[in-house]
Design a binder for this molecule. Sequence first.
Ligand code: PAF
Length: 288
Amino acid sequence: MTTPSSLPIVRSVADLRGRVAAWRRAGRSIGLVPTMGALHAGHLALVAASTGANDRTVATIFVNPKQFGAGEDLGRYPRREAADVAALAGHHADLVFAPAVAEMYPDGHRTTVTVAELTEGLEGGHRPDHFAGVTTVVTKLLLQALADRAYFGEKDYQQLMVIRRMARDLDIPTDILGIATVREADGLALSSRNEYLTPTERAAAPALQQALRQAARAIAGGTPVGEATAAGTAAVLAAGFQSVDYFACCTAHDLRPLDRLDPNDGPARLLAAARLGTTRLIDNVAVP
Ligand code: PAF
């Protein structure tokens, strides 16, 4: 069994490539779990999915400055590498890639990867440079690790759709797999940012998921989409959230806004983002 002390941590792309190449020569399949650290049970579910389907699992820990906008929480984003490595060892990861910013973005780095349309609404509408930062770093991680499969949480549903599209458009030969959101007993989606919440905010936080579920049930039952999303927004504000960035019903596969359910559009997804104190929470549910 891998123990904390024996789980290797590599800091350079060259080291990562060397280890992955050796596994490839030995015929091993490889899974990749990109993270920004501050691991919780949601991340560990990605690791479990990877170890269940691949011979070797690489987890990455990199707080990517390019996906944080000015005034966002880059400075206070939780960093606790030793605890993360211990958790990864306990969940049978085989390698941790934890590069410094200068390794990922050396002087002279000038390339940005962007995905059109899918990134314009929802999160993209409120965090203008966020997805360019995500797609740039994830492209690099996918090309650095050359894994067979890479695992992302459905909690960041738009991110998952964007990365899947990007990998397809760029012919990156890694399967992009989405793993169901892991939730607290009261329904709050696990997020590294939940630790910013005060006890009062933490008590109010599950209202976001409850409002999404209620709206999804209402839409499935025939309530007009606009009415259900307006009621969802009102419920979130009534629970103590300061503002709602969006509460929207979209096609599940390409996130086109829907104002009514139509079987020709395929499955629908409800997505929301709202501010509670200094914390911005996002969540989403399928429309049954
Ligand atoms: O979801 C995250 O934690 C990050 O956006 C990711 C995919 C690791 C890229 O930095």
